[in-house]
Design a protein around this ligand. Sequence first.
Ligand code: GPU
Length: 821
Amino acid sequence: MAASTAPHNPMSAADFANEIRYELKYTQGVTPKEATVDDVYVAAATAVRKHLVDSWETTKQDMVNGNTKAVGYLSAEFLMGRQLQNALLNSGLTEQFDEAVKEFGFEAKDVIDAEYEPGLGNGGLGRLAACFIDSLASLGVPAFGYGIQYQYGIFKQKFDENGKQIETPDYWLLKENPWGHTDYNRQVHVSFGGEVKDGKWAPAWSVRAIPVDYMVPGYASGRVNTLRLWTAKAENELDLLTFNKSEYTEAVAEQIKAETITKILYPEDSTKVGKQLRLEQQYFFVAASIQDAIRTFYPGQDKPDLTTFPQKICFQLNDTHPVIGIAELMRVLLDDYGYDWNTAWDITSHTFNYTCHTLLPEALEQWPVELISELLPRHMQIIEEIDRHFVEELKGLTTDQEKIDRMRIISTDDEPKVRMAYLATAAGQHVNGVAELHSELLKDVTLKDFSDLYPQKFTNVTNGVTPRRFVKIANPRMSDLITEGLGTDAWISDLEMLKGLVPLADDPEFVKKFAEVKKANKRDFAAFAKRKYGFDVDPNTMFNSMIKRLHEYKRQALKILSVISTYANIKSGKINPDDLVPRTVFFGAKAAPGYYLAKQTIQLINNVSRVVNNDPAVKGKLAVYFPWNYNIELAENLIPATDLDEQISQAGKEASGTGNMKFALNGALTVGTLDGANVEIRNLVGAENFFLFGMDVNEVTDLYAKGYDTKGLSRGYYESDPDLKQAIDMVADGTFSNGDKDTYKDLVNDWLTKDYFMTLADFRSYMDIQSKIEETYRDEQKWARMAVLNVANSGYFSSDRSIKDYLDRVWMTGAMPAHEA
Ligand code: GPU
């Protein structure tokens, strides 16, 4: 038996069943006989939550009474995934649970499945926040996650009979939410609008911000942190006078206006959406969080000494969404607590740090001065003052007036805007990118002026993923094998230990077992896909997955064109299907509802899937599936079953990627470009264990310089590559639209005239790497060995390591002592 460091609760399964029975009776009022699977899920969740309460309480106390600076992770998104399995793992109750639920007539799997996944995030940025708070708790760092409890999360995706994406609301709170505790006693108020009188803000309206608290249990740390998500409620629910006049709608107008603030998550990902409501959301949650932090760290104090604030907590700005918090903390210090400008600035600038998650200039938020002035007039004044001080400072650093203008926080054009990334960079102590390449490009391109003058602010923290959810829970078979191989399960909280698997890559017995684990996972996935989607997936094929938001820069188009090309070549006889490695291609992707070309791409993929999967000519050789509504649950099921992972963004566009890390850690090989964290993955796992293709950043830059997108150079690639031409022609000629030639005309037209992300330019290189992939895959032992080496060398991509890097490079704090108070 391997030594275990995993959390263990001495409670018996029978006792845990008693606790479930207790909750069924006293919390839900149902008898075990009546209890449905949903009831048992809620009861089990409530019971396991109680096992975490003591640690939660001491963690909160130690955080306030101790001397370790806390981290406030401010994020508009937390894409948490389901909670029950993670809570069971961290409270050491997994096995007891598996046994106990049987008493109520259910399988553990079905109870786990009863949980509805909250979708309070769009994609990578939101999931990263969730991984980070898991690691903060697991490392024993005092931390709060602060965000928004949206009533509607990311839309639910369906496909209509034509393969088009349909968005339906995600009414997640219709199901019981045993994890969130609404704490009406800790509500605060947040104001908006109005005007500035005598230097003081006289707001026009305000709302209540009510916290919903989630426990964030650490793995084997004895710590439980808090995720505090704010929900908006009206100051006055109902205007009784109006109501009594039977004007019912008017009577609830205020309630509607207030609740609208936290009604819905903007389904945009990596794009700038300039909407007043979005600014309201941003201000709402950061203003509430700042009040909350002051109240937490200076309990009961009317006139706290806030010059110590930066020693109590530092706020991490997860992209630009919470950046208005800088102006808010200044306002609080100046107006509510009467500090002078310099003192307030000193406190504020030592409190915030900023993480940038993009390179796309269009994704950097800029708020029109007019809008901020209307919604937050005092904050606009303060931002103007920050801008003025900043210009003064710049004058001391450079004589280049153009540079100063370029760097101004408020743009100097006809429609002045506040550049939130610049505000964050000017005010924060540190700015970081999310992968080495990204951080370099931030310094050299996106924020070059700033890094020239403030090089000491810039640093890199490469992203990571939590090994608890994405290895231990998602891939139990592989986890057991790793534990067997290493003789301990300590790797779960010290992921670099996976290095110990390197020698086992040359142990045929181990490699064989590893390959068997993958096969079993594929069979599991096939069963899951049948159950959930009705798909008939052949587990004896190569599983090839591309799961991420649908975005042109990520280039799902490149993948689907390659599939079409293979299909066409089989049909035409150019390829003998018996020479192909049988392959099943999976896509998972949501498109922003207003993103036209992304939605056309979804439609195309669905129709390629329909045509290919129904064509006897390719049966058993090629299949394409597009499970709808890609979410964390699907990721947890598909990643452990995947052989080949696609990370094929145009070089220089994907800030990091985190799916790539999850795949490598689960023994999938990557086909990818030199983009984002791919670069680091390839360096660590070894170039020979990674399928590299495509242009690098310099080649991309050169091709732009030649006028690729402006002079229509993509057409040359189309004309000169018969495979590419054939594939695009097939899209244009109606093969995937029942003969209709118009369905994809805008997509095709974009490819042939602009193709900004150079899909066509990278096509040949992408097709060429496929033969190498197939040749490698045919040698089962070789492929499995490479997969083992991917796992063994990917320990670096634990979010525990990311958090340690933040602690050292950005936050300058650490874990709480076991008992600090
Ligand atoms: N990312 Br900006 C998002 O998911 N949403 C955003 O609005 C912005 C960035 C992603 C990056 O695209 C991805 O490369 C990165 O891995 C992730 O953030 C976490 O840093």
